[in-house]
Structure formats: C-alpha cells, structure tokens
Design a protein around this ligand. Structure first.
Ligand SMILES: Nc1ncnc2c1ncn2[C@@H]1O[C@H](COP(=O)(O)OP(=O)(O)OP(=O)(O)O)[C@@H](O)[C@H]1O
Ligand SMILES: O=P(O)(O)OC[C@H]1O[C@H](OP(=O)(O)OP(=O)(O)O)[C@H](O)[C@@H]1O
Ligand SMILES: [Mg+2]
Length: 395
C-alpha cells in the first residue's frame, strides 16, 4: 500500500529547492568532438559493435546497460531497487535481465567501459556508469547525453599523484611539476595510467610538454616504487591506496570529480520508439528518490489558537522553515458538548542532517509526540533534468 501526498499551489515558483544541474554536469554534457579512427579500423569496430553511421539498429526493445562487476554493480542494483525498479536476473552469470516495472526494456550487464562503447555503437540505448568512464571512453562524443549527472554513489576523482620522497619532496602543484628541469625530450616525465585519452589531454593542457605514458589494468600505485613511472594518474576515493604507497596528490592535479551517472544515446532518444518515455520514467523515479533520501517527514502535535498562529511559530525556527510547508491540520475533540480544535498536527520535511536540531526546535515551540518517518519519493511538478534533456535534444 502506498501513501501519496502532494501540495498543489498556483504559484509559479515552487518552494521546494529544485535541484539544479551543476556546472560540473553542464560542462560534461557538451563534450568536444570525438577523435577520428581510420576507416579500416572503423569497419572492424562496426563488425563487433553494430552500425555507427547514423542509422539505428532495428529492434523493438530498449536496452539498458548496467555494470556487470566491480564496485558499481551492487550499488547500481541497490539504487534501482530503492526506486522500485528492481532488476530481475535469473542467475548472476546471465547477462540479460529485465525490470518488470518497465515493459519493453532489456537490461544487459556489461563492463562499464563496454557500456559506453555500446552506447556509441547503438547496441545499448541507456546505461549507468561513472563519469570517469564516460569521459575516458566517450571521448567527447556528442551522441552521449548525461541524463542524470549525480546518482550519489561511486564518488571518486581522477587525480595525478607523485611520490612524497626524493626529487618530488618539495613539489606540491602541477605548476611545480611542469617547471622541474628534469623533464626533457629524451627523458620525459613517465606517467602510468589506465586513462590513455584523458591523461595526455590533461597534462598537455597543463603545460607539461615532455611526458610519456605507460598503461596497466590495476595496482598502478606500485609503478613509482617499482621504477616504472615517475607519476600516476588514477582514481582516488579515500586516498588510502596513495598513502599506503607513499604517494601524494598535488594542487591542480585533479582531472575530474566522478560519480555514477545515467547516460543515454542521443540517437536512441530521438529515433527509438519508447526510449524517451522510458528515460522519462527512470529519470523521474531517480530524481524523486534521490531528493527523498536526504529528507525525513516529521509529524508533531502542537497546541495553538489557530492554524495560522501555529504556522507562524513553526516558521520562526530556522531548522523548520527549510523545505515546504508546514502542513497543519486541526485535531478535533469534543469538550463540554462542543467540537473544538485546541491543538494541531503539523507535518514538515526536514533534511536528514538537521533532524536533531529540528526536533529540538519543535520541542522548544511546544511540539510533542514527534514522529519521524523516512520518505520514499518526492515528486516535483516536473523534473528540472527532464526539461534540460528536452532542450538538449532540441524537442
Ligand atoms: N576507489 C573507488 N571508490 C569509489 N568509486 C570508485 C573507486 N574506484 C573506481 N570507482 C568508480 O567505480 C567505477 C568502476 O570501478 P571498478 O574498479 O569497480 O571497476 P573497473 O575499473 O571497471 O574494473 P577493474 O578495476 O576490475 O578493471 C569506476 O569507473 C569509478 O567510477
Ligand atoms: O583512494 P582509495 O579509496 O584507496 O581507492 C583508490 C583505488 O581504488 C581503485 O582501485 P580498485 O580497488 O578498483 O583496484 P584496481 O586497481 O584493481 O582497479 C583505484 O584504481 C585506486 O587504486
Ligand atoms: Mg578498479
């Protein structure tokens, strides 16, 4: 059983602070043009991945790519489940699944980088991956659209790190590194990275002229101590791996901040029947859920002479006037044969981080019987990201 609540109001300005698309996202939405690959390689790629010539492949299902393994896999399934979009997978080695709530949609489990590649080739329509993966493997393709840029997990940054010791002891910024006399054409700065597109681009843009790159699939932090590289460019989250390997980040060395994003193929959204509607539903549920997870509903009773007077008392408190409301309902009782309302039930939404302060302030103004419940969804009038997406698609 679901309980729905909604506030209707004539005002054009919704009092709910609408989530704005961050500057980070708008920056990442429109990426530079992709690099060209030579035609023979292009045709081999096409053989593997379907067509890349502007046509979309003929199929009726909408395909949604989700990470098949690694740390993103479970968090992605958890998030979808929390949005009532549970993925039904018969067994963990089966790579196709479905979401019963979304008819006509197939889920395909793939490695994150293959999700991006298959979105580009038209073999997937939608996907969830880290922004780092989109930026690295999407290489700025305009066919990739970031529909939701902040799914609030998989937080990490792509960052340059150098040893704490030796010639790097007093090097603390990318400028310091670029100005070191050690790097010459014959003896360049050796950087180990799995990010062979973003790495060279970033270092070039930051004035490092003499750089060579080596790559590996993991445990890059070992490269400087092994004498294979002078610096590494890799993902950092807690910073533990860098610390444990005697490495440090430097000022100006962050290439990008990443978290999980919902990604779509522009071609699919425009041309594939049902893709836009499905994206709308997924986006609405994600936004409504992610807005709700940061909030609690607080219900309390309060004595007062009128709903107006109680509302004024509530709104006088800084931690109670944050979001929308309060909703105030009279609680009636019969006294001396007459039906009267001498106290009121108030309902407000408060941010989780200010819950305790809110409860204290409610008590201070006479609130009692305070009940706290989690929220599943907060649906706004229309999701700001949906309008942004339509604009992006020119619709
Ligand atoms: N230490 C981390 N903390 C948080 N998120 C991370 C971290 N490392 C990577 N991520 C995010 O999770 C995504 C998947 O990383 P993960 O290491 O699980 O898989 P992978 O890199 O695809 O696989 P593999 O490392 O086995 O090649 C990354 O693209 C990034 O967005
Ligand atoms: O800052 P931290 O919290 O220590 O996390 C950073 C580490 O996490 C990732 O490695 P992963 O665990 O994916 O291992 P991998 O090198 O095998 O990919 C990344 O490549 C770093 O090595
Ligand atoms: Mg990894």
């Amino acid at each position: 059983m679901w309980a729905f609540t909604a506030n209707f109001q004539p005002s054009l300005n919704s009092p709910i602070p609408l989530i704005s698309i961050s500057s980070r996202s708008s920056h990442s939405r429109v990426c530079p043009k992709p690099t060209l690959i030579c035609s023979s390689l292009q045709s081999q790629v096409e053989t593997l991945n379907g067509t890349t010539d502007g046509r979309i492949s003929e199929r009726n299902e909408i395909r949604f790519g989700l990470p098949s393994k690694g740390r993103m896999a479970t968090d992605t399934l958890e998030l979808l489940k929390d949005c009532q979009l549970s993925v039904k997978q018969v067994n963990p080695r089966q790579y196709v699944a479905n979401i019963p709530q979304l008819s006509g949609l197939e889920v395909w489990f793939q490695r994150p980088k293959d999700i991006v590649r298959k979105l580009l080739s038209g073999d997937l329509d939608l996907g969830i991956v880290g922004l780092d993966t989109v930026s690295e493997y999407g290489q700025g393709s305009e066919d990739l659209i970031i529909v939701h840029e902040a799914l609030e997990y998989g937080d990490c940054r792509l960052s340059l790190a150098i040893p704490k010791y030796g010639i790097f002891e007093n090097v603390n910024s990318i400028q310091d590194l670029a100005q070191m006399p050690q790097w010459t054409e014959s003896k360049p700065l050796r950087v180990a990275t799995g990010f062979t597109y973003l790495g060279p681009k970033f270092l070039r843009e930051n004035g490092l002229k003499h750089v060579s790159f080596s790559t590996a699939d993991g445990a890059l932090e070992a490269a400087p101590a092994m004498g294979i590289a002078d610096a590494i460019l890799d993902l950092v989250s807690s910073g533990t791996t860098l610390r444990e390997n005697n490495l440090k980040e430097i000022e100006g060395g962050v290439v990008l901040e990443s978290q999980a994003v919902l990604l779509a193929s522009r071609k699919s959204l425009v041309q594939r029947k049902g893709a836009l509607d499905t994206t709308h539903e997924i986006l609405e549920r994600l936004e409504a859920h992610l807005t709700a997870v940061g909030q609690f509903t607080v219900t309390a009773n309060m004595r007062g002479s009128s709903a107006q007077e109680v509302a004024e008392r509530v709104l006088s408190q800084p931690s109670l006037s944050g979001m929308q409301g309060p909703t105030i309902s009279p609680v009636f009782c019969k006294r001396d044969g007459k039906v009267v309302a001498d106290y009121y039930a108030i309902v407000i939404c408060v941010p989780k981080k200010s819950l305790y302060k809110s409860v204290q302030q409610l008590r201070a103004i006479g609130g009692s019987g305070v009940l706290i419940s989690p929220l599943t969804y907060i649906f706004d009038e229309e999701t700001p990201r949906w309008n942004q997406l339509l604009k992006e698609l020119g619709l």
